[in-house]
Every structure is written in structure tokens, then in C-alpha cells.
Design a protein around this ligand. Structure first.
Ligand code: KDG
Ligand code: MG
Length: 404
């Protein structure tokens, strides 16, 4: 028995907001979990501080499955991003503790490495096609084997996925109220095949090309886009339509063979059950920190394996380095791994999060430190107080709200 004697929530903004859970056992072992939910950070911090941390004290840190069931079933209220992010933070911290006590990296506890490294995709973007092509070239030069390409759509104000130059925080989050952008589907549907075609024309087909539609099309529009992109041999198009409408993907499937990835906004195995069991997607993108931690993510990935769906976990910079590291341990161990998103973390994140994962020739490796291999410098964290921010809101030309 390793008794949990302290549970503490740390909210800090080194570059952007992160919520981190610290669990300490009576033998002095510390485990870290990521509880960051972009734009709704304090809701998870409160869920943990007010409702979960007091319940953890005195419990055995080794009983990961039991604690997962206790927090999930015990709350009565099921699923949802706030609940599942809070449970994830506890679960990730417990796996970190178990690894540290065992003296093993977490991937060894998950069955050991099923591959030598984790294929990752980077983000390339540009205000126009030539800027995007330069950015793709830079990433290929750095050794990436897979690149996501996004460019600003002409006539559309602030396209998703295109950050200010030199920044890798691409959601133009604002302080007091969400920023509002304009969206125009017709311009996008004309522009996207042109952009992705230009990338293939310049760099060929010897690397994986990805694109995020970010939930903005109807099923029939998504079918048309997928069909128009078939000649560019995409690795995937992501979130072509809002993910919660699972049966909509049947219609997309009827019209295109372009592979589809979905799941960053889904939080449980039940949210993606139909997508997986009806083989409506090719890649499941649920993340370790928003879908109930390592324990629950493994369950989702096992279901996916049964139906030939591969993994492609969300790994944007708003998921902390603790999350990225936990994802890498899972990625290394599961049989149906596909690809891992990796955009790095804006500085000064490394002043707070000390990581041990490494990048080489297009692959990440979580390292062999016991546990997850990430340590959090609490003292450094105090220098970066919480900085309230919201994700943007999209409106169509007529002023009505659209999916961002
Ligand atoms: O917080 C929202 C971001 O994580 C999301 O917009 C990023 O779509 C995203 C991606 O694919 O990384
Ligand atoms: Mg996405």
C-alpha cells in the first residue's frame, strides 16, 4: 500500500494556461497529472480541488482501476469534458506514481514497447500558399515525416490553424470575451484542394500530409472535400463535421476514400462507440487528458483495434507536457498506433515542465525515466499566474454562429 497523503492543484500560465494535479504518497513519491481544458481551466481545477482531492486522501495509489471506477461511477453524473479531464488527471498521476515505485517507465507497465519510436506529425501553416510551402519545407528539413498543412482562407478572417508568425499557439485566444471570426464554407471548399495540391506538387508524396477541417462542414460538403482531395493522397482529413453527430460519418464515407480522423472533443468510449464499431473513421483522436487518462484511453484504443481503427491522439500545445508524455507511453505500447500530433509547447513552458522525451528523425520517444518522465517545478510555476483566455467564436457572413 502506498497511501495518498496530499493532492494539490497547480494553475499556471507559462506561455498559456495549464492545470496540473500533484499527488504525493506517504513514501514521498510524487505523481503528476494534466487537468488542462483550454478556455475552461478553472472548472476542472474546482472539480478537482472541491470534489476529488478530499476523496483521494488515505487511499492506496496502487489501485488505479478501483479509483477510476470510484470517481466515474461514484459521481453519478457521467462523461463530459470537465469530469473526464479531472478523472484523467488523477489517473495519469497514479500511473506516474506506479512507474516511479516500480522503477520503470510507464510504457513498460503497459506491456513494453511495441515499436522503436512514435511517429509524429508537425504543424505547418501560412497566411498564403507560399508562406505555407516555406513552413512545410522547414519541417521536412527538421526531419518530420508527417506534416499537417493549414493556410489562411482568402476572405476569411483569422482561419483556424494559422498562428501569428513565430508563435505556436494558434488559437487566437483573447482575454475578457472570445474573439469572433468570420467563416465562409464556399471559399474554403474552393481553396483547400488548391492549397493541399500545391504542397504535393512542390514536395511530392514521400511524406504524410494531414489537414484539420475543425468541424466546419456538413456531411455532404465533407464528402465533396474528401473526394476532391483523393488525388493528393492525404494521410487524413480531421474533424470534417462536428464529432458528436456520429451517424453523419456514414454519409461522408459513401462519397470518399480519403481517410478520416475524429475524436479530440470526445471524452469517453461511449462517445466514439458508433464511429469505431461501424468503421466510420480511420483514426481515433481521443487524448489521454480529456478522455479519462491512460486507463480509459487504453480501453478506447482496444475497441478501435478490434475494428481496424488506428490511433492518432490529439497533442496540441494546450495539452501540457505531462499529457504529451503520457500519450507517448501509450503510443509506444499499443498495437494499433497510427500517429501522434506534436506541436511542442510555447516558451517559457520548459521553465515549469522538465521533460525527458526526445525527437529524432520524425519519431518521439518518451525516454526511460521511471514513471512518465516529466517533473514540474512548482516554484517556477508561481511566477506565471493564471491568465484568463477564451477560444474564438466563428460567425457566418450573415452573423449566425458557426462551429469554430
Ligand atoms: O483547445 C483546442 C485545440 O486543442 C484544438 O483547436 C487543436 O484542433 C486542434 C488540433 O488538431 O490540434
Ligand atoms: Mg483538431
Amino acid at each position: 500500500m502506498s497511501k495518498i497523503v496530499d493532492a494539490k492543484v497547480i494553475v499556471t500560465a507559462p506561455g498559456r494556461n495549464y492545470v496540473t494535479l500533484k499527488l504525493t504518497t506517504d513514501d514521498g513519491v510524487v505523481g503528476w497529472g494534466d487537468a488542462t481544458l483550454n478556455g475552461r481551466e478553472l472548472a476542472v481545477a474546482s472539480y478537482l480541488r472541491d470534489h476529488v482531492c478530499p476523496l483521494l486522501l488515505g487511499r492506496d495509489a496502487h489501485r488505479i482501476e478501483d479509483l477510476w471506477q470510484y470517481l466515474y461511477k461514484g459521481a453519478y453524473w457521467r462523461r463530459g469534458p470537465v469530469t473526464m479531464t479531472a478523472i484523467a488527471a488523477v489517473d495519469i498521476a497514479l500511473w506516474d506514481i506506479k512507474g516511479k515505485i516500480a522503477g520503470l517507465p510507464v510504457y513498460q507497465l503497459l506491456g513494453g514497447a511495441a515499436r522503436d519510436g512514435v511517429l509524429v506529425y508537425a504543424h505547418a501553416s501560412g497566411e498564403g500558399i507560399s508562406e505555407l510551402l516555406d513552413d512545410v519545407a522547414a519541417h521536412l528539413d527538421q526531419g518530420y515525416l508527417a506534416v499537417r498543412a493549414q493556410a489562411a482562407v482568402p476572405g476569411v478572417d483569422k482561419t483556424y490553424g494559422v498562428p501569428e508568425r513565430g508563435q505556436n499557439v494558434y488559437e487566437p485566444a483573447s482575454a475578457a470575451v472570445p474573439a469572433e471570426g468570420r467563416w465562409d464554407t464556399e471559399s474554403y471548399l474552393r481553396f483547400a484542394p488548391e492549397v493541399l495540391g500545391a504542397v504535393r506538387e512542390r514536395f511530392g508524396f514521400d511524406f504524410h500530409l494531414l489537414h484539420d477541417v475543425h468541424h466546419r462542414l456538413t456531411p455532404i460538403e465533407a464528402g465533396r472535400l474528401g473526394r476532391d482531395l483523393e488525388e493528393h493522397r492525404m494521410f487524413w482529413i480531421e474533424d470534417p463535421t462536428p464529432a458528436e453527430d456520429q451517424s453523419a460519418f456514414r454519409l461522408i464515407r459513401q462519397h470518399t476514400t480519403t481517410p478520416i480522423a475524429v475524436g479530440e472533443v470526445l471524452n469517453s468510449i461511449w462517445d466514439c462507440q458508433q464511429l469505431i464499431t461501424e468503421r466510420l473513421i480511420d483514426y481515433i483522436r481521443t487524448s489521454v487528458s480529456h478522455a479519462g487518462g491512460i486507463t480509459h484511453l487504453r480501453r478506447i484504443f482496444s475497441l478501435a483495434e478490434l475494428y481496424g481503427v488506428r490511433t492518432g491522439s490529439h497533442g496540441a500545445g494546450d495539452l501540457s507536457p505531462v499529457s504529451l508524455s503520457a500519450a507517448l507511453h501509450v503510443d509506444l505500447a499499443v498495437p494499433n498506433f497510427g500517429i501522434q500530433e506534436y506541436m511542442g509547447h510555447a516558451e517559457p513552458a520548459s521553465e515549469v515542465f522538465r521533460t525527458s522525451y526526445t525527437f529524432s528523425n520524425g519519431y518521439l520517444h518518451p525516454g526511460d525515466a521511471p514513471g512518465l518522465g516529466v517533473e514540474v517545478d512548482e516554484r517556477a510555476a508561481t511566477a506565471f499566474p493564471y491568465d484568463p483566455r477564451y477560444l474564438p467564436v466563428n460567425r457566418r457572413r450573415d452573423g449566425s454562429v458557426h462551429d469554430w
